[in-house]
Design a protein around this ligand. Structure first.
Ligand code: HEC
Length: 125
């Protein structure tokens, strides 16, 4: 009986973990499409365009690429890009970092989440 409950618990855990992973993978795939549609006019993963390149951006300090000319506001900011800071940045860059130069907002929170999953994914790491 005990083993059965144990096995059941492990099964439930594997199921929950599996669903969470599948959700992130789906979000990342949706995020990649959103990135093409809403970010790629100014950004690419490996090249600086109007905006800085994004490879490795998750976990990096804001405004820290040496070969991109950031606004003073972003280059002097102590922000490190994680789920929370990216969410606030994408919702409204200029309210989150006054004086910064990115002028678009992503108002839907599930779109922001998908974009963040994409920025965290192996494709952009
Ligand atoms: C109209 C051009 C434009 C678009 C579209 C745009 N960005 Fe930006 N982005 C910029 C600029 C310019 C900066 C640098 C801001 C500064 O220096 O103040 C920037 C900076 C960033 C940064 C900070 C990077 C770093 O190295 O610190 C992130 C993250 C970012 N953008 C994500 C996105 C995402 C995700 C999208 C799509 C939803 C997007 N941007 C769409 C112009 C744009």
């Amino acid at each position: 009986m005990r083993t059965l409950i144990g096995a059941g618990l492990i099964g439930a855990f594997v199921l929950v973990a599996g669903v969470a992973t599948a959700a992130s993978v789906n979000d990342a795939a949706r995020g990649a499409k959103l990135y093409d549609a809403r970010c790629s006019a100014c950004h690419s993963v490996d090249q600086n365009l109007i905006g800085p390149r994004h490879r490795g951006v998750y976990g990096r300090r804001a405004g820290s690429l040496v070969d991109y000319q950031y606004s003073d506001a972003l280059s002097h900011s102590p922000i490190v890009w994680n789920d929370d800071t990216l969410d606030r940045w994408l919702a409204s860059p200029r309210s989150f970092v006054p004086g910064s130069r990115m002028c678009i907002k992503v108002s839907a929170s599930d779109d922001r989440r998908a974009l963040i999953e994409y920025l965290k994914s192996d494709a952009v790491r």
